[in-house]
Design a protein around this ligand. Structure first.
Ligand code: PEP
Ligand code: MN
Length: 337
């Protein structure tokens, strides 16, 4: 921890500050410069209390931590890549895993047809929202439990494991009963009680990046999952809010190599929410694979124009199959079979 003092501090104030730093379990080292005095507080920041409260001292200008707060998600703590096994599928291993399906589960024929089609095209996991986080309360909110039952039926028919969003703590047990992976949506990425409830179900958790979430905050949110006895955490970049209007969100592909460096957890790219445009999905998937993404989460619908949510960004079944073929050489070039 580096503590920078204001130039006006008195020797008495410095002595009091050093006493407080020792009380908190750190060993202070004073460095006097020409214009400023800086204190290096030595101690394991992850097992000692934070020194943030020193900011309240009138003579302290800034307090900067050296160590990361998110110790369980960090690569420092766990140098090897973590892999997550979901039935027969391994996420975070050598294989690029594609999760595909509609934004929302709308009906039995819709989800069953989509499940068969995405499986035939090479997807390994079926996605579909049953509880939908819609911006307006007047929009389609999802089929709820009925949607979960339809996902389970599609899994039974195709063998594809299922990922679906958990919107509320109240539904944690219910959703975990049907889903193989729990998705925490962008709007709930810092709903810490929801993250804890999701972790406690024991199901793997896919944590989307919040609309205006810094990577540091995203990693800290992930720490809530791993620190609640759940080893199956993966991070999913799905675009952040910027000033750009050509796309719904700005898909931050630089987050992939950054996250691969910072964390051992698998990293997933969602180009559908990430751009809001079906015509950009293929290019973004190629980019994501080149960046080192472990998996892709892609929205696919038998009739995107008639979709009850996110119609502009969903691929048709044919477009998805074509994309999977186009992606193959890119996956191979990136060392992913
Ligand atoms: C979705 O996957 O359909 C979705 C709503 O995702 P996000 O939370 O990223 O907006
Ligand atoms: Mn969607």
């Amino acid at each position: 921890m580096i503590i920078v003092l204001k130039p006006s501090h008195t020797p008495k104030e410095l002595t009091a500050l050093l006493k407080e730093i020792r009380r908190l379990g750190y060993q202070p080292h004073v460095m006097r410069g020409v214009a400023r005095t800086v204190i290096g507080a030595i101690g394991d920041e992850r097992s000692h209390p934070s020194l943030d409260a020193l900011c309240a001292w009138s003579q302290v200008e800034s307090v900067t931590p050296i160590q990361k707060r998110h110790k369980l998600v960090s690569r420092e703590a766990h140098p090897q890549n973590s892999t997550i096994r979901v039935r027969d599928v391994v996420i975070g291993g050598p294989e690029l895993v594609v999760m595909a399906g509609p934004c929302s589960v709308e009906s039995e024929p819709q989800i069953i047809e989509t499940a068969h089609a995405v499986k035939a095209a090479g997807a390994k996991i079926l996605r579909g929202g049953a509880f939908k986080p819609r911006t307006s309360p007047y929009e389609f909110q999802g089929l709820g439990e009925k949607g979960l039952k339809l996902l389970a039926k599609a899994r039974k028919e195709t063998g594809l494991p299922v990922i679906t969003e958990l919107l509320s703590e109240d539904h944690a047990e219910l959703v975990a009963e049907y889903a193989d992976i729990l998705q925490i949506g962008a709007r709930n990425a810092q709903n810490f009680q929801l993250l804890i409830a999701a972790a406690k179900t024991g199901r793997p958790v896919l944590l989307k990046r919040g609309l205006s979430m810094r990577i540091e905050e995203w990693l800290s949110a992930g720490e809530y999952v791993l620190s609640n006895d759940n080893a199956g955490l993966m991070f999913c970049e799905r675009g952040i809010r910027t000033f750009e209007t050509y796309t719904r969100n700005t898909l931050d592909l630089s987050a992939v190599p950054i996250m691969k460096n910072e964390t051992h957890c698998p990293v997933v790219i969602d180009p559908s929410q990430g751009t809001g445009r079906a015509d950009l999905v293929v290019a973004m998937c190629k980019g994501a694979v080149a960046m080192g993404s472990d998996a892709l989460l892609v929205e696919v619908h038998p009739n995107p124009k008639a979709a009850k949510s996110d119609s502009a960004q969903q691929l048709s079944l044919e477009a998805f199959a074509k994309m999977m073929t186009e992606l193959r050489p890119f996956a191979q070039a990136a060392g992913r079979g």
